[in-house]
Ligand binder design. Sequence first.
Ligand code: UDP
Ligand code: MG
Length: 315
Amino acid sequence: MLISLIVPCYNEEESLPILYKAICDVRDNQSKNEFEFIFVNDGSKDKTADVIRDLARKDSCVKYVIFSRNFGKEAAMYAGLEKAKGDYVAILDADMQDPPSLIPEMIEKLDNDEADIVAARRVTREGEPKIRSFFARTFYKLINKMCEVEIADGARDFRLMKRKVVDAILSVSERQRFSKGIFAWVGFRTLWLEHQNVERVAGETKWSFWKLFKYAIDGIVSFTTAPLRLATLCGFASAFTAFVYMVYYFIRAIILQIYNDVPGYPSLLCILLFIGGLILMALGVLGEYIGRTFIEVKNRPIYIKAEDDQDLPNT
Ligand code: UDP
Ligand code: MG
């Protein structure tokens, strides 16, 4: 059986050799299976590409794709899945946060046909900034309330999948990829392996607060139209409030004959600001969806390949 391990890499020159050694250990202990390692260099600015080429020269199991620029982890995973020929395919981070030592157990579970996907899930977020954990938790709560598919909190992209699952994921060819959602959306029987949070071995995380915020919005907007409904609901609510307010003033002025010193000014301002805010909010939500439609319609490729293992001279 052929097992493909996909590793998206962005500025991972320090972590890669450590990871490579760890997956070689896994391979050497699995005599009945063959392995291919697919490294996807996602436009790294350091020497990651050279490290990968070196590995490929020395080890025929190593395949690679080098992108023309940074396309993001989602694109890197897609490229890896396209290239993978394995019967089982796994995706893992280059920084050892996805412990390769779990792979043998994952293989065993698939061999026993206990599931079609064995996925890893962090049960603790120790070592992660508190504020990041808080936002992550809130995000998962929110998205699970709004979406039809369940996206597990703490789920990582680290998973071993059978061929049919990989083909299903590849058939979802949208440009704005939110893999956690796509994994959940394609379905199949998933088994969760729980592990403690592991900190990266070297280098730095590529996620800034802003990047994570964008990722969260991407996740929500690509998997549910609930925010559109929310905008409509808010519109109704504000229109209704305005109506009640109008009736109240009408009764006060016409029937009870009560007038203010500066008639109507404060109420007018409040209503104006309130409605203005709601309209902007609804427009913003609409904009998110239209923007996304725009990008999908352009139908650009998910990534651009600059080089792969075929280009390596046989020296
Ligand atoms: N990564 C990538 N492209 C990017 C950002 C990250 O391929 O634009 C890779 C990175 O090299 C690593 C994995 O995605 O293998 C996870 O990234 P990171 O460790 O920075 O994320 P975290 O573990 O902090 O969520
Ligand atoms: Mg990491």
